[in-house]
Every structure is written in structure tokens, then in C-alpha cells.
Design a protein around this ligand. Structure first.
Ligand code: HEC
Ligand code: HEC
Ligand code: HEC
Ligand code: HEC
Ligand code: HEC
Ligand code: HEC
Ligand code: HEC
Length: 478
């Protein structure tokens, strides 16, 4: 009996040992296999990361390859590549081949000679005071290079993402080695486009342009000041990623001092660009004037320069009208041919129905609107009657109202009894109301936004009066 028990115990122990050994050895094999599998998947992950790490790829002049389940084809127009997916209407449009990155800005010689534009800094040494205040104006700031201090939108992990209404499409703003990129995540494909130029002083917002060789294009994401966030550029559909909209001469004529236009539609010489709207767009190219006064420091009379106040009223209006009118196309494809004293009509084709505030690019068409006003019709005023182009004066309502009162007695206003002293603080909101424009429609994941612009048709406007009285209700009696 004892013997049997012993054998049994020994047997159990043996079986146990067998299992123990077997288990152990299987553990060893499993471990090896698992480790190998892990190594393999790590290798795959590394290879995947290698193929997907946009920074590493970019260093080799490459972008991420398009996953095979996405549609990737050149548009029949031949102007851009399209990347999409069967299950969705959304799409990517880029002027460079998917899987590549945009070419760096071309280092080419200008095709045309610069007619003498220098930029505002060339005026600093002799016109210090004007220069100092001018560099703070919206004109000077309206275009600049895309550096950290010049881009208002956020690159921090909170705030650098623009989600579209489609969960598969979003944009991330990336900073790398002092350069800035919009990274597009379209389904499981990603690509990056570099910021090169900032357009807009950031009163309403900033749009961004980038170079692909000698071609300039607009970027999909814009910054909107009102919401302090990234949004789709005006006119873009939410969910698309459009980087193939060419920048035409007109856009630059209104927002930079000068650039050499190589050939239509959007070929320019990057090195010829003078950012900002400088003094010279209102006073003429400055080279001759500067050269003369540098060579003749004793001459106190100005030479080779235009002063708007010495021109006729029409000529003065035409200077501002280069940019503050309805959309127009230059007769000379080079652009930048208008000089102070010229007639606008000699340089631009006329536009139909130009006196509504809605038909202009995204300006509120100040020239034509002002011309509808009795103030304009029954006086000799031009834009400089109310605007000092050399100083930033935005938002100084009382100062502007003072300028109204250089021609009007506040007592003549029908609201003078109701508002008393207060009237003189703000003639503007009742007589030049701010109106949102259909032309500036911005599509966001939450709906459309229409940034407001001031209407220069000065008039009696019951609706604006009602709105203004509503807004200040409560402290009128004071
Ligand atoms: C080397 C000195 C110098 C530089 C640089 C210079 N100016 Fe002048 N500018 C003068 C002098 C001198 C006058 C005549 C005195 C005055 O009006 O201040 C003058 C006058 C002017 C006037 C007024 C003309 C008038 O008849 O009332 C304008 C406008 C002007 N300059 C524009 C510019 C612009 C734009 C630049 C830059 C592109 C510039 N200047 C650069 C020396 C200079
Ligand atoms: C070369 C084009 C161009 C010319 C010429 C031009 N402007 Fe402008 N102006 C612009 C642009 C672009 C802006 C918008 C700048 C921004 O906010 O980015 C602007 C903005 C303004 C503003 C708004 C400033 C602010 O801070 O809100 C005023 C006022 C103005 N211009 C008046 C004038 C007057 C007056 C003239 C003529 C003496 C004139 N402009 C000539 C292009 C031009
Ligand atoms: C006909 C001249 C004209 C053309 C063309 C034009 N703009 Fe403008 N743009 C203006 C003027 C004027 C304003 C200022 C509107 C205002 O303050 O009433 C402005 C305002 C802007 C603003 C908002 C600036 C701010 O913060 O207030 C941006 C951004 C902008 N333009 C970008 C562009 C881009 C990009 C293009 C070309 C694709 C373009 N514009 C074409 C004249 C023009
Ligand atoms: C948007 C158009 C515009 C820009 C930009 C501009 N000016 Fe003027 N400038 C004018 C107008 C308009 C007058 C006439 C002012 C008047 O009638 O009160 C003028 C007058 C002048 C005068 C002579 C009268 C005076 O006030 O002394 C000088 C000098 C001058 N500007 C220099 C400059 C300089 C330098 C810059 C750049 C730093 C510059 N301007 C930028 C439109 C402009
Ligand atoms: C250069 C002189 C001048 C300036 C500056 C001026 N106006 Fe006038 N304005 C006139 C004249 C002249 C008339 C027509 C006669 C009248 O009604 O007094 C007029 C008419 C008006 C009218 C009546 C319009 C109508 O259709 O009956 C209003 C309202 C008005 N101005 C408001 C303003 C406001 C607000 C400002 C400032 C933003 C201003 N004006 C700046 C000269 C000026
Ligand atoms: C009778 C006075 C008056 C005249 C003349 C006048 N403006 Fe203005 N303008 C104003 C006032 C007031 C504002 C609002 C300023 C503010 O709130 O900062 C303004 C604002 C602007 C703005 C900024 C628009 C915006 O929506 O923020 C531009 C651009 C402009 N004016 C251009 C012009 C041009 C170009 C002319 C000539 C065609 C002109 N102005 C003539 C009074 C005038
Ligand atoms: C609360 C809105 C409001 C403010 C602020 C305001 N106005 Fe008026 N204004 C009106 C209205 C409404 C009328 C028409 C009154 C009527 O017909 O009885 C008017 C009429 C006028 C007229 C035409 C008078 C006539 O009989 O032809 C002028 C000029 C005028 N305002 C100038 C000004 C000036 C200058 C200021 C600033 C000092 C100013 N307004 C501030 C609402 C306003």
C-alpha cells in the first residue's frame, strides 16, 4: 500500500515536473517568438515612422507617400494634383506632386527692372518722424515675412489645431527649426506646407501665402482676429484642403509695395518682393528722390517726388483708388504701373455697378461709396480730409468725429438734443455704420462668419441710429 502510494506520489511529481519542464520550455520558445515578433513589429514601426516622419522625409526633400486606398491624380486642367477618397466628397488640391514637398523659393533674377521702389526704410534717415509712426500703420503691416512675431495664430499644443466638421480632416500648425508649417491630416495621409508670407495687418485677420519655386499660392488656413483662432480662408469649403489657389498680381498690387511679375498667372521673382505698402505707393517710386537728396544735401526743396495735396481731387482719389475700389484687373500684366497723378482708368479696366459696398474683393469699396455722400458731392473733400496716412489712428472715434465737425456744427444734427455732449464723441456709428459683407464669407466648422466693414456712404440711417441708441441705452441720460 505504502509502495503504491510512493509510486503514485512519484508519478504525480513526475507528471508535475513534466508539465513544469514542458511549460518552462514552451515559455522560452514563446518568449523567443514574441521577442522576434516584437522586434519585427518594431522594425515595421520604425520603417513606418521613417516613411511617415514628415521632418525626416522633408530633410530628404520628400513628403509622405499617399496610401494606396486614396485616389491621387492630376487634375484634367493640368494645374494641380487632386487627392481624395471614394467614400467622401472632400479633397486635397496641391500644385506639387503628392509624396513630394513644395520647391523652395526660386533664386532667379527679375525679368523686369524695378521702376525705383525701395521700401519705407529708405525714407527713414530724412523723414524720421513720419517713418516712425508710419511703420505702425495697417498699410505698412499689411504684408510681412512669416516669422514668429509676424504670425498671430497659435503654434502651442493648445490652439494649434483646426478641426473641420469631418473627423478625418484636420490641420495642425507646426514650428520646426524656426520655420512654420500647416500640417494637413487628410484621412491617414499627412503633408506639410511652409508659411512664407503673412497678408493682413491682423485687424480682421491674416491669410498666408507660400512659394513653390517661383509660384505663389494661398494656404488653406487663415487666422481670424475676432475669434483668435485658425479658420478656413475666405471662400474655402470646410473639410477640403486647398493649397493650389494661385495668387494673382491684383492681390499683391493691393498688399505689397512691389514684386516682379514674371508671367501669368502667378509666377513672381521671390527676391524682388518689397513687403508692406510703403510711402511710395502714394508718393511714387523713391529711388530718384533719394539719390538726388543724398547727392545734394543742401537742397531743401523736394525733387522727384509726388505730393497728393498738390494734385487734383480726382487724382488724389485715384491714388487711394488703386486699392480701395471694387475688384479690378490691371491692363498691363506686370502690374505696379500706376503712378500718383495718373488716371486709374488708364491702368485698370472699369468695373460694372461699382458703387455697392458688396461687390469689392473684401474692401468695402470706400472710394465709390464715399462719392455717393452729400458730404463729398457738396464739398471738395478727398480721403485725406479724414485720414492721416502717416499715423495709426484706428478706433479713435472722437478724433474722427472732430474731423466731421470741421464742416458740421454738432447742433445741426437732429440727435443733438437727445444726446447732448455725448454726440461729439461719436458721429460715426450712426452715419457710417459697420456692415458685414457677403464678400467676406468665411466658412468654419461651426458655420459662416462675415467680418464687418465700415460703410463710407455717409448718410442718415434710421437703422444704424436705432442700433446705436440700443447699444448705449442706459447711459444716455447722463
Ligand atoms: C536724403 C534725404 C531724403 C531721403 C532719404 C528721402 N527724402 Fe523725401 N525729402 C527730402 C527733402 C530734403 C525734402 C524737402 C524738404 C521737406 O519737405 O522735408 C523731401 C520732401 C519729401 C516729400 C514732400 C514733398 C513736398 O514737396 O512737399 C515727400 C512726399 C517725400 N520727401 C517722400 C519721400 C519718400 C517716400 C522717401 C523714401 C522713398 C523719401 N522722401 C526719402 C529728402 C529725403
Ligand atoms: C497699394 C494699396 C493701397 C493704397 C494705395 C492705399 N491703401 Fe489704404 N489700405 C490698403 C490695404 C491693403 C489696407 C488693409 C491693411 C490691413 O489691415 O492689412 C488698407 C487700410 C486702410 C485703412 C484702415 C487702417 C486701419 O488701421 O484700419 C485706411 C483708413 C486706409 N487704408 C486709407 C487709405 C487712404 C486714405 C489712401 C490714399 C491716400 C489709401 N488707403 C491708399 C491698401 C491701400
Ligand atoms: C483691390 C485691392 C485688393 C485686392 C485685390 C486684395 N485685397 Fe486684401 N484688402 C484690401 C483692402 C483695402 C483691405 C482692408 C479692408 C478694410 O479695412 O476696409 C484688405 C484686407 C485684407 C485682409 C484683412 C486684413 C486685416 O486684418 O484687416 C486680408 C487677410 C487680405 N486683405 C488678404 C488678401 C489676399 C490674400 C488677397 C489676394 C488673394 C487680397 N487680399 C486681395 C485690398 C485688396
Ligand atoms: C496711403 C498713402 C500714403 C502713404 C503710404 C504715405 N503718404 Fe505721405 N502723404 C500722403 C498724402 C495724401 C499727403 C498729403 C497730406 C494732406 O493732404 O494732408 C502726404 C504728404 C506727405 C508729405 C508732405 C506733407 C507733410 O505732411 O509734411 C511728406 C513729406 C510725406 N507725405 C512723406 C511720407 C513718407 C516718408 C511716407 C512713408 C514713411 C509716406 N508719406 C507715406 C499719402 C501717403
Ligand atoms: C469737407 C466738409 C465735410 C466733412 C469733413 C464732413 N461733411 Fe458731412 N456734409 C458736408 C456737406 C457740404 C454736406 C451737405 C450739406 C449739409 O447737409 O450740410 C454734408 C452732409 C452731411 C449729412 C447729411 C446727409 C444727407 O444725405 O442729407 C450728414 C448726415 C453728414 N454730412 C455727416 C457727416 C459726418 C458723420 C462726417 C464725419 C464722418 C461728415 N459729415 C464730414 C460736408 C462735410
Ligand atoms: C468724412 C470722413 C472720412 C472720409 C472722407 C473717408 N473716411 Fe475712411 N473712415 C472714416 C472713419 C470715421 C472710419 C472709421 C475709423 C475707425 O473706426 O477706426 C474710416 C475707416 C476707414 C477704413 C477702415 C475700414 C474698416 O471697415 O475698418 C478704410 C480702409 C478707409 N476708411 C478708407 C478710406 C478711403 C480710401 C477714403 C477715400 C475714398 C476714405 N476712407 C475717406 C472716415 C472717413
Ligand atoms: C444716435 C445717432 C446719431 C449720432 C451719434 C449723430 N447723428 Fe447726425 N443724425 C442722426 C439722425 C437720425 C439724423 C436725422 C435727424 C432728422 O432728420 O431729424 C441726423 C442728421 C444729421 C445731419 C443732417 C442735418 C440736416 O438737417 O440735414 C448732419 C449734418 C449730422 N447729423 C451730423 C452729425 C455729426 C457731425 C455728428 C457728430 C457730432 C452726428 N451727426 C451724430 C443720427 C445721429
Amino acid at each position: 500500500m505504502r509502495k503504491t502510494l510512493c509510486i503514485l506520489v512519484a508519478l504525480v511529481a513526475l507528471v508535475g515536473l513534466f508539465f513544469l519542464i514542458r511549460d518552462n520550455s514552451s515559455d522560452v520558445y514563446d518568449d523567443l517568438a514574441k521577442r522576434e515578433a516584437r522586434r519585427e513589429s518594431q522594425r515595421e514601426a520604425n520603417a513606418f515612422a521613417e516613411q511617415h516622419d514628415l521632418a525626416k522625409l522633408a530633410a530628404r526633400g520628400l513628403g509622405q507617400a499617399v496610401p494606396i486606398h486614396l485616389v491621387s491624380q492630376i487634375d484634367p486642367s493640368g494645374d494641380f494634383w487632386f487627392v481624395g477618397i471614394e467614400s467622401s466628397e472632400l479633397g486635397v488640391q496641391i500644385p506639387f506632386e503628392p509624396g513630394k514637398i513644395p520647391d523652395p523659393p526660386a533664386e532667379t533674377e527679375p525679368v523686369h527692372e524695378n521702376p525705383g521702389f525701395l521700401g519705407a526704410d529708405a525714407c527713414q534717415s530724412c523723414h524720421q518722424e513720419k517713418h516712425q509712426s508710419f511703420v505702425k500703420t495697417a498699410h505698412h503691416r499689411t504684408s510681412r515675412l512669416a516669422t514668429a512675431e509676424n504670425i498671430s495664430g497659435s503654434f502651442e499644443s493648445v490652439g494649434n489645431r483646426m478641426q473641420t466638421a469631418d473627423e478625418n480632416v484636420h490641420f495642425t500648425m507646426i514650428e520646426r527649426d524656426g520655420k512654420f508649417y500647416q500640417r494637413v491630416s487628410f484621412f491617414d495621409w499627412q503633408f506639410e506646407v511652409p508659411f512664407h508670407l503673412v497678408m493682413g495687418s491682423s485687424k480682421m485677420g491674416e491669410s498666408y501665402l507660400y512659394w513653390h519655386g517661383d509660384q505663389l499660392f494661398q494656404m488653406n488656413c487663415t487666422y481670424l482676429s475676432e475669434v483668435d483662432d485658425w479658420i478656413n480662408s475666405p471662400g474655402y469649403l470646410d473639410g477640403d484642403a486647398i493649397y493650389a489657389r494661385p495668387i494673382l498680381t491684383g492681390c499683391l498690387e493691393c498688399h505689397v509695395t512691389y514684386i516682379d511679375h514674371r508671367k501669368p498667372p502667378n509666377h513672381f521673382t521671390p527676391g524682388s518682393l518689397i513687403t508692406g505698402i510703403s510711402c511710395e505707393r502714394c508718393h511714387g517710386p523713391g529711388k530718384e528722390h533719394v539719390d538726388f537728396h543724398l547727392a545734394n544735401p543742401n537742397v531743401k526743396e523736394s525733387k522727384h517726388v509726388s505730393v497728393p495735396s498738390k494734385l487734383s481731387r480726382e487724382q488724389q482719389m485715384d491714388i487711394c483708388g488703386q486699392c480701395h475700389t471694387a475688384q479690378k484687373s490691371p491692363k498691363d500684366p506686370r502690374g505696379f504701373q500706376f503712378r500718383p497723378g495718373d488716371r486709374l482708368a488708364d491702368h485698370y479696366d472699369p468695373v460694372e455697378g461699382h458703387d455697392t459696398s458688396a461687390n469689392s474683393v473684401h474692401t468695402s469699396n470706400q472710394v465709390a461709396r464715399l462719392q455717393l455722400s452729400e458730404c463729398f458731392k457738396q464739398s471738395e473733400m478727398a480721403c485725406a480730409e479724414c485720414h492721416n496716412p502717416h499715423k495709426p489712428e484706428r478706433g479713435q472715434t472722437a478724433l474722427f468725429s472732430k474731423r466731421c465737425m470741421s464742416c458740421h456744427e454738432s447742433e445741426h444734427c437732429g440727435m443733438s438734443d437727445t444726446l447732448g455732449e455725448r454726440l461729439a464723441q461719436n458721429c460715426i456709428d450712426c452715419h457710417m455704420p459697420v456692415r458685414a459683407s457677403e464678400n467676406l464669407k468665411v466658412d468654419t466648422a461651426e458655420g459662416s462668419i462675415f467680418p464687418p466693414l465700415r460703410d463710407h456712404f455717409i448718410r442718415i440711417d434710421p437703422q444704424a441710429t436705432e442700433e446705436y441708441l440700443g447699444a448705449i441705452k442706459g447711459d444716455v441720460s447722463k
